[in-house]
Design a protein around this ligand. Sequence first.
Ligand SMILES: *Cc1c(COP(=O)(O)O)cnc(C)c1O
Length: 380
Amino acid sequence: MATTYRIPFNKPYFSGREFDYMRQAIENGHVSGDGVFTRACHKLLEEQLGVPKVLLTTSCTHALEMAALLVGIQPGDEVIIPSFTFVSTVNAFVLRGACPVFVDIRPDTLNLDETQLESLITDHTRVVVPVHYAGVGCEMGAITDTAHGHGITVIEDNAHGLLGKVQGKYLGTLGAMATQSFHETKNFTCGEGGALLINDPALVERAEIIREKGTNRSRFFRGQVDKYTWVDIGSSYLPSDMLAAYLLAQLEAREDIQRRRAAIWNRYQTELAGWAQANQVRQPIVPAHCVQAYHIYYLLLPSLESRQGLIAHLRERGILAVFHYLPLHLSGMGTRFGGKPGDCPVTEDVSDRLVRLPFYNGLSVEEQSEVIGAILAFQP
Ligand SMILES: *Cc1c(COP(=O)(O)O)cnc(C)c1O
């Protein structure tokens, strides 16, 4: 039987309007994709971020698959991806026959190490996928300069980073495309959901077609063609308008949600600082030119043993803290693509020592006091 925790790692959040909006979606008699709530989410995100086109999808995984289709990945193409990320970042491209080339991360932000990019580029490199870990921006200036110098497309996996900024620009607006996740574990959720942000206007029309099963149905509904038909490859990546209704309620509450998350994150950072310093524990680093999205609060313990020790110590007190990504280059699939120990030393080291603390919109002041008190009582 699974242990139950008094303080879980994550708890899905209700802003309060979700039920009303979902009821409206049902009463509207349009519960399939691209109804009024989907359009409202598109408009809200396009206006907030200044992105030419946003398309809701059934997941971030599917938005990544759409991106791989849109850039026309062919078997043998190479895609540069951090080893320290979720499987979907790489799977979307491997599904099209790409060969992943894993890049290590920076020791400070745990983001793709842009200084290694140049040395990994070959004649086959088509795409680089920066992941804004924990919602702290990658060095996008250097990444896009290097990529564009070689005619390589940048696709941001921005699953953690909605509303974060780097050098004053919103994360998700810096690559040709970017992907968002609205999975239950993310800052804003509809259970399962995502979005594709399209910054290159030349990709918009084909994106609509790929998302609508390879048909020009979107143009038909706008009255631009008088019947719709099969025009390209595609799949079904539209979420139901009921899910968009749920999501709209969360997106409308974005300022409250982010304010609350910032307060939780900042409190961990302040109240654990003395303990961290005394115990060789590394706290998150957010460069001055980044506005973070407050997605994750992590600690880097001195060793694997001390990390496991802290997780067990918290578990005994009914608190769930969890580790994060295992190095993709050392996974069963990663080794099939030639990954071996030592390829990405920072990833291998960090993966063993990182722990994420309970962090959700509804985490109360008292609950957080308990988590902090329990950590202060732990000697790594
Ligand atoms: C959550 C996550 C995904 C996948 O999101 P889904 O919406 O569950 O498909 C992809 N990449 C990163 C970095 C994530 O954190």
